[in-house]
Design a protein around this ligand. Structure first.
Ligand code: TYM
Length: 334
C-alpha cells in the first residue's frame, strides 16, 4: 500500500504573512512526521500575475527560508521550486485537455484576481487551478493541507482526477483529500474582519508579515480594528463579531489551543489587555521564525542547494507518474 503522501505549496509573491503561517506552514510542521511530505514553492503559479524577475527569485528563496525556519526538515521532507520539475507543466497540459471551461468558470479566486475587463485577464490566471491539480496529481498525493481559501481549487483537483480516471477507465490518480484544520483556517485582515489577510493587500496594517520585527507586530496588533465591547464568553457570541473572532482565532492558533480554550482565558476582559497578551505571544512565536528566516536568507547558496536536492527527489517521483499518464493517454514515446 502506498504511504499517505502530502503535497502542498505557497506562491512566492512576497510578503508571507500570518495567514500563510497559521493556515498552512505550521500545520505542515506537525504533519511532516506522519506522512511522506512534499512542499513546493510554486513559482510557475506566481507568473499568473506580473512579477519582477529579481523579486521573484528573492521571494522563491524567502519562502524556502520560511519553510526551513518554521521547522520543516529538508532531509525528511522534499522542498523544491515548481519550475525545476517539468512534470508539473507537462501534466497540466494533459489535464487541461480534460477540463471543461464550465468548471473553471466557477472558480471564485479567478473572479477576485482577474481585471474587470475579462478580455485582459491572462490565460495562465484562468488555467491556474489545472496547474494546481497537476502539482498534486503528479505525486499521486493523497492529502493536501491548505487554508480554507484553497478548498474550491482542491475540489476541482478531485474532479479532474476523476475525469482522467473515467476517460481512461482506470484508477490511476487517487482523489486528494483536503486537510483544512485548526483555529486559523481563514485568517482575516486586521483592518477588516470580512476580508481575508492577503499578500496583495495594499494596507500594511492589514497583515502581520512573517519577517516583521517585534515593534511592527506590536504596532499592527495595537491598531487592529476591534469593537468597544469586552470579549464575550461564548463562541456563538464571538462569531457575531468578526474582528474579535479573528483575533481570538489567531491567539488560539499561536498558542496551539482551541478557540474555545483561548476565549475562556479572556472572556469578559477588554481588548487592551487581550491585545497585549496577543502581541506578546505573536512576538514570541514569529520573532523566532523571522529571525531564523533572516539568518537563512544571508546564505542563498545553502537555500539553492536545498532546492536543487529537493527537485531531484521530486522529479524521481513525478516524472515516472507523468510518463505513465502519457502512456495511458496514448502519446508515443519510442
Ligand atoms: P497561497 O500562496 O495563496 O497561500 C499559501 C497557503 O496559505 C494559505 N492561506 C491562508 N490560510 C489562512 N488564512 C489566510 N488569510 C490565508 N491566506 C493564505 C492558503 O490556503 C495556502 O494553503 N494555489 C495555492 C498554491 C498552490 C498549491 C498547490 C497548494 C499551488 N499548487 C498544490 C496546495 C497544493 C495558493 O495560491 O496559495
Amino acid at each position: 500500500m502506498t504511504k499517505n503522501r502530502i503535497f502542498s505549496g505557497i506562491q512566492p509573491t512576497g510578503n508571507l504573512h500570518l495567514g500563510n503561517y497559521l493556515g498552512a506552514i505550521r500545520n505542515w510542521v506537525q504533519l511532516q512526521h506522519d506522512y511522506e511530505c512534499i512542499f513546493c514553492i510554486v513559482d510557475l503559479h506566481a507568473l499568473t500575475l506580473p512579477q519582477d524577475p529579481l523579486q521573484l527569485r528573492h521571494s522563491t528563496r524567502e519562502v524556502t527560508a520560511a519553510y526551513l525556519a518554521a521547522g520543516i526538515d529538508a532531509e525528511h521532507c522534499i522542498i523544491f521550486n515548481q519550475s525545476m520539475v517539468s512534470a508539473h507543466a507537462e501534466l497540466a497540459w494533459l489535464l487541461g485537455c480534460l477540463t471543461p471551461l464550465g468548471w473553471l468558470n466557477r472558480m471564485t479566486q479567478f473572479k477576485e484576481k482577474a481585471p474587470k475587463d475579462r478580455s485582459n485577464a491572462g490565460l495562465g490566471l484562468y488555467a491556474y487551478p489545472v496547474l494546481m491539480a497537476a502539482d498534486i496529481l503528479a505525486y499521486k498525493a493523497t492529502h493536501v493541507p491548505v487554508g480554507e481559501d484553497q478548498k474550491q481549487h482542491l475540489e476541482l483537483a478531485r474532479d479532474i482526477a476523476g475525469a482522467f480516471n473515467r476517460r481512461y477507465e482506470q484508477d490511476f490518480f487517487p482523489l486528494p483529500e483536503p486537510q483544512i484544520f485548526g483555529p486559523a483556517t481563514r485568517v482575516m485582515s486586521l483592518r477588516d474582519g470580512m476580508k481575508k489577510m492577503s499578500k496583495s493587500d495594499t494596507s500594511d496594517y492589514s497583515r502581520i508579515n512573517m519577517t516583521d520585527d517585534a515593534d511592527a507586530i506590536a504596532l499592527k496588533i495595537r491598531r487592529a480594528k476591534t469593537d468597544p465591547e469586552p470579549l464575550p464568553d461564548t463562541l456563538a457570541a464571538l462569531e457575531e463579531r468578526p474582528e474579535a473572532d479573528n483575533l481570538v482565532g489567531i491567539y488560539a492558533a499561536l498558542a496551539g489551543e482551541s478557540q474555545e480554550a483561548a476565549l475562556r482565558r479572556f472572556a469578559g476582559q477588554n481588548f487592551s489587555t487581550f491585545k497585549d497578551a496577543l502581541s506578546e505571544l505573536a512576538v514570541e512565536v514569529l520573532g523566532k521564525v523571522g529571525g531564523e528566516m533572516r539568518r537563512l536568507m544571508a546564505d542563498p547558496g545553502h537555500i539553492d542547494t536545498v532546492l536543487r536536492h529537493g527537485a531531484e527527489r521530486a522529479a524521481a517521483i513525478s516524472m515516472p507518474v507523468l510518463r505513465a499518464a502519457q502512456e495511458i493517454t496514448g502519446l508515443l514515446r519510442p
